[in-house]
Design a protein around this ligand. Structure first.
Ligand code: ADP
Ligand code: TRP
Length: 324
């Protein structure tokens, strides 16, 4: 049985892209797997962008609440905060010393920001190494992520194989990315990739009034109401079809193509779809956010479970490197 592992940064509240690209596929994969999985909140990674501690705390709770609301089975899962397992930062240092500089200079996460190097902190530059340590510390086999993380997974594999080759033993397990082919990249309200950092996300956990405003902010063109519209070039339709059933999507396509159906109508239906389809998840999310102690106890239990697994791998690495 393969071990599943994935993480989400606590750099903002979890959005529809995180849910459809990471949370739902990971939970499905965990259900199919009999073995224990590792799900964590990448709060250390969030420090590359978010410096405010209070904000991080709230976001960490929100990301945890989203996993629980979507039904993460914590019996089968080791559920933890990355920062509560210091083994990961020790392994990161070791892996840093096996990572060629040009590999990191080539990472999209760095290159996208490299025009203004004075804005790039060293944490952002070595971000992929911390991510590799997250995965390799727990000997993960399968890593469900969105398409944007593909390159980071390739780097993790490169780092692992370099390390194993140099130390002369296959200590680190080669992980494989699992990218949901249907979902791939969820567009944001402006049509770019939905991301916390572009402020273009749909937050399905907002109260109804704020959610309505959020859905209304999806950018559309100015085709008049009466005219037929092309669903395939419309963000509202794309987002709707990612949440809706096949039947509902077919109906929505017909509405677009038939004319006399405005973007306002489509947005209204999308809002209702979110409310109906995620009714239970929205309620659970609110419950957990107003009972942070319920989140805390689950995470603390996971952090205890993670300790033994990480310590064992780290010991082997220390031994090989002459630190023990
Ligand atoms: P963000 O880009 O909003 O900061 P993260 O980097 O924390 O999101 O991503 C957490 C997980 O959610 C990753 O597996 C990532 O691939 C997935 N994800 C994020 N945005 C999207 C998206 N727009 N479409 C599909 N998956 C996404
Ligand atoms: N870098 C990932 C993202 O931004 C989050 C992450 C950190 C992660 N460590 C990980 C994902 C390990 C999978 C496995 O989406």
């Amino acid at each position: 049985m393969a071990r599943v592992l994935t993480g989400i940064q606590s750099s903002g509240r979890p959005h529809l892209g995180n849910i459809l690209g990471a949370i739902v596929p990971a939970i499905e994969l965990i259900k199919q797997n009999k073995q224990e999985s590792f799900i964590f909140i990448a709060d250390l990674h969030s420090l590359t962008t978010t410096k405010d501690g209070e904000v991080r705390k709230q976001n960490t709770l929100a990301v945890a609440a989203a996993w629980l609301a979507f039904g993460l089975d914590i019996e089968q899962t080791t559920f933890y905060r990355q920062s509560r397992r210091p083994e990961v930062t020790e392994l990161t240092w070791y892996l840093n010393c096996f990572t060629p500089f040009p590999m990191l200079a080539n990472a999209h996460s760095f290159k996208d920001k490299a025009e203004k190097l004075s804005d790039v902190n060293a944490g952002l530059f070595t971000y992929p190494v911390l991510m590799a340590a997250d995965i390799l510390l727990y000997s993960a086999d399968l890593v469900p992520v969105g398409k944007d993380q593909m390159q980071h997974l390739e780097m993790t594999r490169d780092i692992a194989s370099t390390f194993n080759r140099i130390v002369g033993e296959d200590i680190l397990t080669m992980p494989e990315a699992r990218i949901d082919e249907v979902v791939k990249t969820i567009p944001g309200t402006d049509g770019q990739k939905m991301s916390k950092s572009y402020n273009n996300f749909i937050d399905i956990f907002l109260p109804e009034k704020a959610l309505k405003k959020n859905v209304n902010s999806i950018v559309t063109d100015s085709t008049p109401m009466e005219e037929p519209k092309n669903p395939d070039s419309c963000n509202v339709f794309k987002l709707y079809s990612l949440v809706a059933s096949e039947e509902e999507t077919k109906q929505m396509r017909a509405n677009y193509e038939g004319g006399n159906y405005g973007y306002g109508h489509a947005k209204k239906e999308f809002l209702q779809l979110i409310i109906d389809k995620y009714r239970k998840e929205r309620e659970l999310f609110d419950f957990y956010m107003s009972h942070p102690e319920e989140i805390e106890s689950r995470l603390a239990a996971g952090e205890e479970k993670a300790k033994a697994v990480g310590a064992e791998l780290l010991d082997k690495v220390r031994m090989k490197l002459g630190f023990k």
